[in-house]
Ligand binder design. Structure first.
Ligand code: SF4
Length: 568
């Protein structure tokens, strides 16, 4: 039995992303406001003592694992900090021009009108990693404890299933499972309220949702993966402040997908491609979809003469309103992407994540005021969400992603109707219509599926415009100590070698954007078996989501390991 140090906190935030950083800062200022109101007699009740607040983060620094497009709607940060620009928020550029391209294989149509949800003029192009670093500095100035390299490994429950804290991961365990000379036991951080803001498919949120049935009576969450590169390009190729979104090539009409190109400072462009992880064809490879996207003449022209400088991949939760888990339970709240706070129609989640965190903070103030940390008080989070602009923004687009599950053309018609009727056009239909991505994947025997050659045969990896996964992973600066147990728990590798090989052709080899999964011939038997190169992992969570048998469980590796998305 390992002896673990216990640290007492009042509030513990798991994950230093925009939701939790905004939450922690807002919590500090709401407590101050509460106490001022009590002192001035405007509010009955008593002071809330200064709370001990901590944020734990699995990356080696805040921002290391943060990746997004990103164009930020400033609505939430303005509420959090009206003078955010004066305070030095590191926005990169202001959007000056929007465009929407429909791409066919060889040509393109520049839409005369940009669809309203994709209008971004006046909003900010940012590096979300940089912004989170900056928010973390603000938190530290406010007296909030930030612990990088502290992955949340397990939730701690009391006898009544209330969450009472988090056990962080051990350090210095060898790949044989035995402690090494540098072994350090994880600690137990006890808290009255724990807030899970771990991003898309959070590993503790997954545990919690399953244990307490928080998705019962909800539709399944549906995810997409964004694969992104930063490029330095000649100044004349693409203007700073220009934002392009694309639809069409290379996605087939059954697959949700689209591209982006954002012009940043210093002739850098952010370019990426989103593929819905509810695709049908097991041969789809989101990384290759992105490479193929770059070969389109109109896109290749933007990158001509340029140089790729960084790479990353991350999933986002695109299904929205119907697929929000119950956001509270005794001692715990779920915020940000983990709670489906993302507008799939606008492909925007930063503002929603921050606002969800701020509403969680206001709920926590109420919990300390009444000294009640049970679901009875924390349920006010749900009410606050439904009374806020989050509801006003998410509810009208509640059917957006589901409509794409019937194919692109019906989706475009439905989206138009939904836009005009604020979601009612499909609201007359039964609402149970999101299908979990892994359930949509068809077996290789499915009719009409193109072969890998048909899909990707013409994509040549030239290491100038297009890159293989290993070269890209190098540009994500990924590092994990190789002498540790794999954090990718494949629960039954026999399925990989038999049923999955036959039925789906081992799609993990394709859906992972970092070449972590490979089928290799066993030298003794000749049978092809799964090899897991866990040290390549960029922590995107695609495997946990997309595996058709749901036998891959992503757990946190040793703290500090993973990609380095500084500046992404
Ligand atoms: Fe993403 Fe899973 Fe591959 Fe890691 S192993 S990069 S989480 S798909």
């Amino acid at each position: 039995m390992i002896e673990r140090e216990q640290i007492e906190m009042d509030v513990l935030f798991v994950g230093a992303g925009p939701a939790n950083l905004a939450a922690a800062l807002h919590l500090k200022s709401e407590i101050k406001k509460h106490n001022e109101y009590v002192d001035s007699g405007r509010l009955p009740g008593s002071h809330i003592d200064d709370l001990e607040i901590a944020i734990i983060e699995k990356g080696s620094f805040v921002g290391a694992h943060i990746l997004s497009g990103a164009v930020m709607d400033p609505i939430a940060i303005r509420e959090l900090m009206p003078d955010f620009l004066e305070q030095g928020c590191p926005v990169d550029s202001v959007v000056t021009e929007d465009a929407f391209w429909y791409l066919t294989e060889k040509s393109s149509i520049n839409a005369p009108i940009v669809p309203p949800p994709l209008k971004n003029k006046g909003k900010y192009i940012i590096s979300l990693s940089k912004m989170c670093e900056w928010l973390a500095e603000k938190c530290e100035e406010a007296g909030i404890n930030i612990f990088p390299e502290f992955p949340g490994a397990d939730l701690i429950y009391d006898d009544n299933n209330a969450v009472i804290g988090v056990r962080t991961g051990d350090k210095g365990i060898g790949k044989d499972g035995k402690p090494k000379a540098n072994f350090e036991a994880g600690v137990e951080i006890m808290a009255k309220v724990t807030v899970l803001g771990e991003g898309s498919r959070g590993s503790l949120a997954k545990q919690l949702i399953s244990r307490l049935g928080l998705m019962d009576d909800k539709e399944p969450q549906v995810f997409s993966i964004g694969v992104k590169e930063l490029w330095e390009v000649p100044a004349e190729n693409f203007a700073e402040g220009r934002v392009v979104h694309t639809l069409g090539f290379p996605s087939d009409t059954d697959t949700y997908g689209g591209g982006w190109i954002y012009g940043m400072k210093n002739n850098v462009v952010s370019i990426g491609y989103v593929t819905g992880l509810d695709y049908k064809d097991p041969n789809i490879d989101p990384h290759l979809e992105f490479q193929k996207f770059k070969t389109h003449p109109k896109v290749a022209e933007v990158l001509k003469g340029g140089k790729m400088i960084k790479y990353g991949a991350k999933t986002i939760n695109t299904s929205g309103f119907w697929t929000m888990p119950k956001l509270y339970a005794d001692g715990v709240l779920i915020v940000g992407d983990s709670g489906s706070f993302l507008n799939g129609q606008r492909i925007k989640g930063i503002h929603m994540a921050m606002k969800s965190g701020m509403l969680a903070a206001e709920t926590i103030v109420g919990a300390f005021e009444h000294q009640d940390f049970t679901a009875k008080t924390l349920k006010h989070f749900d009410e606050k969400v439904n009374l806020s602009w989050i509801y006003d923004e998410l509810h009208p687009v509640r059917n957006f992603h589901a409509s794409f599950q019937s194919g692109r053309w019906s989706a475009l018609i439905n989206s138009g109707l939904q836009f005009l009727t604020k979601g009612l056009a499909w609201g007359f239909m039964p609402k149970e219509h999101h299908i979990a991505g892994h359930e949509r994947m068809e077996m290789l025997s499915g009719e009409g599926l193109p072969s890998v050659e048909e899909r990707y045969g013409r994509v040549k990896i030239d290491k100038q415009l297009t890159f293989d996964k290993i070269t890209d992973v190098y540009h994500a600066a990924v590092s994990h100590d190789e002498d540790q147990p794999s954090h990718l728990h494949v629960l039954d590798t026999e399925i990989c070698a038999t049923r999955c090989a036959e039925e789906y052709g081992n799609p993990c080899q394709r859906f992972c954007p970092a070449q972590v999964y490979e089928m290799e011939a066993n030298p003794k038997t000749g049978r092809r078996e799964l090899k897991v190169n866990f040290s390549n992992c960029v922590h995107c969570k695609t495997c946990d989501i997309a595996d058709p048998y749901q036998i891959i469980n992503w757990v946190t590796p040793e703290g500090g390991g993973g990609p380095n998305y500084k500046g992404m």
